[in-house]
Design a protein around this ligand. Structure first.
Ligand code: 13P
Ligand code: SF4
Length: 364
């Protein structure tokens, strides 16, 4: 989805890193407890150093839901995370995304019209009362609202298994969007087989599936993916293992299953951080996830070799849009009483999206 971020004023574009740091520090100091800066683990260091709290998307949603103090929540992450924070916080709290172009290509792979069309097409062949829609956190508020109305839940990579177990306790089938890989990897970890899963292609009639396939599949997985994690390959794992026979391989569940099945551990961003922290000094750890996190882990654990499995650097280009100039620009706006780049969700969408988000928070 294209959102328009106007170019920053010259003051920010031409500032030196030291100037930006001093402006950000001064604004933080001025705003004090009225400000909470949240940073996703994929943020670059020049931004992350200013975060009051860091986390994966699940942790950050918990933090946003729990905070009642801050008047302004500056979300250093991507658009869907800022929307979720707006939904989970009080009406008096304002959520700000420093660069409006910080979207998520995966979230854009499922839009509300295509999901509603899919639901209608499925209703013609199966009992949708027994079909539970689950949306990954990486989706628009409109999709979260759809799921809330239809009796489903949001999930993140931290709690996908618990949410899918919950879903299959209240229905027979799951429509999972937008990330086919998280759905497939979680289903396989739960003991299901590839034969229990089909991929719904929103560009084709009835998802490109036969009536029989729609009826028999336990998991209908939306044809979406993360452009960062989909880059990892089994060949990279083999090359790493050949070079480091005692090495440990960690993969994020947005990575294709051919890689995950070769990994020593598949887990969310937070799980990867914990596993690296628990590895003995001297370990060599190959990680399949976003490069800023891998580099930060390498810097924080100098007694371990933490390497990206992808020899060609793979940043998330939209997370990367949040930088010190944009952070300084929104913070100085707040000091001047001007809320720049506020993210809001309309009340009706927010009401139902909150139902789906709170279901997730109560399941896990
Ligand atoms: P988590 O923060 O849930 O690990 O997800 C990673 C991601 O891709 C965020 O966009
Ligand atoms: Fe989206 Fe992938 Fe970037 Fe996460 S890493 S924000 S899923 S494109």
């Amino acid at each position: 989805m294209l959102r328009m971020q106007a170019p920053l004023p010259d003051r920010y574009r031409t500032a030196t890193p030291d100037q930006l740091d001093s402006w950000i520090a001064a604004a933080k100091d001025h705003l004090g407890d009225r400000l909470l800066i949240l940073g996703h683990h994929y943020q670059r260091d020049e931004v992350m150093r200013w975060a009051d709290a860091r986390g994966d998307s699940f942790r950050l949603s918990q933090l946003a839901a729990a905070d009642t103090r801050a008047e302004y929540i500056v979300f250093c992450g991507v658009h869907f995370m800022a929307e979720s924070a707006d939904i989970l916080t009080a009406a008096t709290q304002q959520v700000v995304l420093p660069d409006l172009n910080a979207g998520c290509s995966m979230a854009d792979m499922a839009d509300i019209d295509s999901v509603e069309e899919a639901w209608e097409a499925l209703a013609a062949v199966i009992d949708v009362e027994r079909l539970v829609p689950i949306t990954y956190m990486n989706s628009s508020a409109a999709l979260k609202a759809f799921v809330g109305r239809a009796g489903g839940s949001v999930c993140t990579s931290t709690n996908a298994r618990a949410v899918l177990e919950w879903a299959l306790g209240r229905g027979d089938q799951v429509l999972f969007f937008p990330d086919q890989h998280l759905g497939r990897n979680t289903g396989l970890a739960m003991g299901f087989d590839h034969a229990d899963m089909v991929v719904w292609n929103p560009r084709l009639d009835r998802g490109g599936l036969s009536e029989a396939q729609c009826k028999s599949a336990t998991f209908l997985l939306w044809k979406g993916h993360c452009s960062v994690h989909q880059r990892f390959t089994p060949e990279q794992v083999s090359a790493f293992r050949a070079a480091h026979p005692d090495g440990i391989v960690l993969a994020h569940p947005e990575t294709p299953y051919e890689v995950c099945e070769l990994a020593d551990m598949v887990g969310s961003t937070d799980a990867i951080i914990r596993r690296v922290g628990a590895a003995p000094p001297g370990s060599t750890i190959g990680v399949a996830t976003e490069i800023h996190l891998v580099q930060r882990l390498a810097a924080e654990h100098a007694d371990r070799a933490v390497l990206s499995l992808d020899p060609i650097v793979c940043p998330c280009s939209t997370m990367f849009r949040i930088d010190a100039p944009h952070l300084a620009w929104v913070l100085e706006g707040l000091v001047d009483g001007e809320v720049r780049n506020r993210i809001t969700v309309d009340p009706e969408t927010a009401r139902w999206a909150k139902v789906a988000l709170e279901r997730m928070l109560s399941i896990t």
